[in-house]
Design a protein around this ligand. Structure first.
Ligand code: ZN
Ligand code: ZN
Length: 244
């Protein structure tokens, strides 16, 4: 019911206020392709956990023993005002169009880093939201991003394979690095019925909108590796500066 009301509300809002690019006001987009070209890119030349130089954001050998996530690809910095606006707008704008425009950024990262022949050997998994939270909000923006990304890249999408089983405090509200790690620890589980040898052989592309310490992505990666997956790559829109 709530979902329907939201959909109707966003339909009328779109009629009253036609969408325009947040930056240049071009109609039909929230984030137009020209403005995407101008966004300062994150270099992806460091280990996501200890920051030493590392090609294509791969987890360094030292960190491999402590972290399950193998690689993290970030499009840009969260400090970019346009990106901040895009991510915050998910709360009230026409979410499907926002997802369509912002998933282009994730698609670019994937195209730049993986050859197309490998797409069919990959699987997109959006970071799941706790069912209670998703019910309250009416949608999971990361899932919408995943759906849109799958449409663009034709990489298959798995929605119900990974589930969030612990209703955690939002990571953005936890200010200490270790507490963030604890908060999200064992918060996810894998739906065993969705597993097969064929599925387990795929490269997992975990997607999220923003990351800070990589704790959520790593917690998901840990759960997926325990289930038998071999390679987990995080792909996110923006990275927030590290906290203490
Ligand atoms: Zn624009
Ligand atoms: Zn490292």
């Amino acid at each position: 019911m709530l979902k329907k009301i939201r959909a109707i509300r966003s339909f009328f809002l779109d009629l009253l206020f036609p969408i325009t690019c947040f930056q240049c006001k071009k109609p039909g987009y929230y984030l137009c392709p020209q403005c995407v070209q101008k966004i300062e890119r994150y270099p992806n030349k460091n280990c996501p956990f200890c920051n030493v130089f590392s090609n294509a954001g791969k987890t360094c050998i030292k960190c491999k023993s402590n972290y399950a996530l193998d690689q993290l690809l970030v499009f840009t910095y969260y400090s970019n005002p346009l990106i901040k606006k895009v991510i915050h707008s998910f709360k009230y704008s026409s979410v499907h169009l926002l997802a369509r425009d912002s998933s282009q950024l994730l698609a670019k990262l994937i195209k730049e880093n993986f050859p197309q022949e490998e797409y069919s050997q990959s699987l997109i998994i959006p970071i799941p939201m706790h069912p209670k939270k998703q019910k309250r909000r009416g949608f999971n923006q990361t899932q919408l991003l995943g759906e849109s990304l799958s449409l663009i890249t034709k990489i298959p999408l798995a929605i119900n394979l990974l589930k969030k089983t612990k209703n955690t405090i939002p990571q953005m509200q936890v200010k200490n690095r270790n507490k963030r790690k604890d908060n999200i620890k064992k918060a996810f589980s894998v739906n065993q019925r969705k597993l097969s040898l064929r599925v387990l052989s795929k490269r997992i592309i975990l997607i999220d909108d923003v990351t800070t310490t990589g704790a959520t992505l790593n917690s998901c990666a840990q759960t997926l590796k325990q289930a038998g997956f071999q390679e987990i790559v995080g792909v996110v829109i923006a990275k927030q500066p590290k906290i203490i």
